[in-house]
Design a protein around this ligand. Structure first.
Ligand code: COA
Length: 178
């Protein structure tokens, strides 16, 4: 089955090997790396290649994973948003990262709403969806608020990061966005 989510301005579809270079370019931007790399600095392309391979592997092992986000108008790759739950994760997460030139267009919340809808639909027993966010990541917190998530007060530690767990409860979320 082909997975494809369409929103007003975006197409979401599973990551493919062809997206690797665009993904590396996004991750090597210092402003993106500040929130997504253990060192807070851009990782070298070899590490990013391995990371990308693990994202493709996540699809294989879980049957879901990051979506590539493309602009409908231009067909351009603008980021990755998607459901994600590697081993040891505190829940099924909706995550988001947008390439620096496309920040501020509301793409992350638009793609995340499409993703959360898709995820609740795929997993009827899933009672909540979470997002793990650094306390200093104001941009990401803004996205969480726009998509109806609230800070739970729970924390998750990973790579030396202490992340706040934000979440949306299924029933409330579907009443608002479904
Ligand atoms: C967080 C992120 C995905 C937001 O994506 P986006 O598509 O720009 O989302 P929005 O357009 O809704 O903007 C979110 C907030 O970013 C800030 N922002 C917007 N444009 C910006 C710009 N050009 N430069 C810096 N910050 C900007 C604003 O505070 C905005 O909130 P507001 O609309 O309430 O003012 C993006 O900033 C990103 O990829 N950051 C790096 C990776 C990351 O932090 N991922 C999440 C890990 S939890």
């Amino acid at each position: 089955m082909t997975i494809r989510i369409e929103t007003e301005r975006l197409i979401l579809r599973p990551l493919t090997p062809e997206d690797c270079e665009a993904h590396i370019a996004m991750m090597q931007d210092p402003d993106v790396a500040a929130s997504l790399s253990a060192s807070r600095k851009p990782q070298d392309r070899h590490d990013l290649w391995r990371q990308f391979a693990s994202y493709l592997g996540h699809w294989e092992m879980r049957g879901f994973g990051w979506f590539s986000v493309e602009e409908k108008e231009t067909g351009q790759w603008v980021g990755r948003v998607g459901p994600w739950m590697p081993d040891g994760w505190p829940g099924l997460e909706c995550g988001w990262s947008i390439a620096r030139p496309h920040w501020g267009k509301g793409y992350a919340p638009e793609a995340a709403i499409g993703t959360v809808k898709w995820t609740f639909d795929q997993f009827p027993d899933l009672s909540r969806i979470i997002s793990n966010i650094l306390p200093e990541n104001a941009n990401s917190q803004a996205v969480a608020r726009k998509i109806g998530e609230e800070k739970t007060g729970e924390m998750f530690e990973f790579w030396g990061f202490k992340l706040d767990i934000w979440a949306a409860e299924r029933k409330d979320w579907l009443a608002r966005f479904g």
